[in-house]
Design a protein around this ligand. Structure first.
Ligand code: AMP
Length: 208
């Protein structure tokens, strides 16, 4: 099963992808996470891309598309979380023959409220929310025990820019998959468990 999880910043792509990974044993490929790792490690690539991430811009395709393709090479069961984010990126992975695009549909007002309460573990792998998705122990990641922090790009100025990029570039990729009739919209305005039920239903339908 080859899936894409798409949606505006803060729509819950990471949360849904983590659950899909666990329940259906799919490889979770998140370019955002891979890119942040490069920055944290201070690699040559990391130094070049830091400014794009921190300002809410898309990292240039030469760093992203090949990285994603390398991750999924020869594999049949995966979720692309946050890729593609532009029409060009969508066209560049036509050969992967994606089965379904799950679009997390939620208003901008709602996600702006959510992003302020979002927390991630130190590696940026596991996501939480101070109200809607609390860890078992306050401020600590359930999975790896690290301290929970706020992402650098979760501040109002950068969030605004990420939305601009979403409208100007990512919506074109959404329309591309709509036309191909492989996109399913899921109401992502509800709490995480309800959203999961809807996503789960889509997967079960696919397996029939
Ligand atoms: P995310 O963790 O998916 O919210 O992504 C965080 C940041 O990583 C984005 O704001 C971009 O700067 C960068 N990024 C993630 N995915 C992509 C992509 N498909 N293309 C370009 N840049 C990306």
């Amino acid at each position: 099963m080859k899936l894409i999880i798409m949606g505006p910043p803060g729509s819950g792509k990471g949360t849904v992808s983590e659950r899909l990974e666990k329940e259906f044993n799919l490889l979770h490929v998140s370019p955002g996470e891979l890119l942040r790792e490069e920055v944290a490690k201070g690699t040559t690539i990391g130094k070049e891309i830091k400014r794009f991430i921190e300002s809410g811009e898309l990292v240039p395709d030469k760093f992203v598309a090949e990285m994603v393709k390398l991750e999924v090479k020869g594999k049949d069961n995966y979720i692309l979380d946050g890729f593609p984010r532009s029409l060009g990126q969508a066209k560049s992975i036509e050969e992967l023959k994606i089965d379904k695009v799950i679009y997390l549909d939620v208003s901008e007002d709602e996600v702006i409220k959510r992003l302020a309460g979002r927390r991630v573990c130190e590696r940026g792998t596991h996501g939480y929310h101070i109200t809607f998705l609390k860890p078992k122990k306050e401020g600590i990641c359930d999975v790896d025990g690290s301290k929970l922090v706020q992402r650098k790009d979760d501040n109002p100025r950068v969030i605004k820019q990420r939305f601009k990029v979403f409208h100007e570039q990512t919506e074109a990729a959404r329309k591309f998959y709509e036309k191909k009739k492989i996109l399913v919209k899921v109401d992502a305005s509800k709490e995480p468990e309800k959203v999961w039920e809807l996503v789960n239903k889509v997967i079960k339908e696919m397996k029939k």
